[in-house]
Write a protein that binds this ligand. Structure first.
Ligand SMILES: [Cu+2]
Length: 134
């Protein structure tokens, strides 16, 4: 009776150990090193902020930071919908893309906290993010 139980327990603890290792790898990958280092994939090689519209009507990233001044945003329509990126507080559209397109736009921002939204009907509720300008 106790034989199979013991085997099950061993298997479970092996799975837990695998999970712990996976978490450790994720934590190491996210170690700090600068204001944008937490998510290096959202900054292009030439310093643009890369924002991707995904098929669940969400951005790939919901928190960005950038130094004040001219900010370049690369907007990608990865899914089958049109998207735009609007700085809500200023009501300024920085870029708009059609399915499969990658478009760039620039915006001049002073230090502060801004919300970037897609204003395509039905998208605004879930496609929101915070842009911290320092
Ligand atoms: Cu959208």
């Amino acid at each position: 009776m106790s034989g199979p139980d013991l085997l099950t327990r061993r298997r479970r603890s092996g799975a837990m150990r695998g999970l712990v290792v996976a978490l450790a790898v994720v934590l190491l990958a996210c170690s700090p090193g600068g204001p944008q280092a937490a998510a290096p994939d959202v900054v292009t090689d030439d310093g643009a902020l890369r924002v991707v519209g995904q098929d669940d009507l969400r951005w790939n990233v919901e928190e960005l930071s950038a130094p004040a001044g001219t900010i370049v945003i690369e907007l990608v329509c990865e899914d089958a919908a049109n998207h735009n990126l609007v700085i809500d507080e200023l009501d300024v559209e920085v870029a708009a893309c059609a399915p499969g397109e990658t478009v760039r736009g620039t915006v001049e921002l002073e230090p502060g906290s801004y919300t970037y939204v897609c204003t395509v009907p039905g998208h605004e509720r879930t496609m929101r993010g915070q842009l911290i300008v320092e």
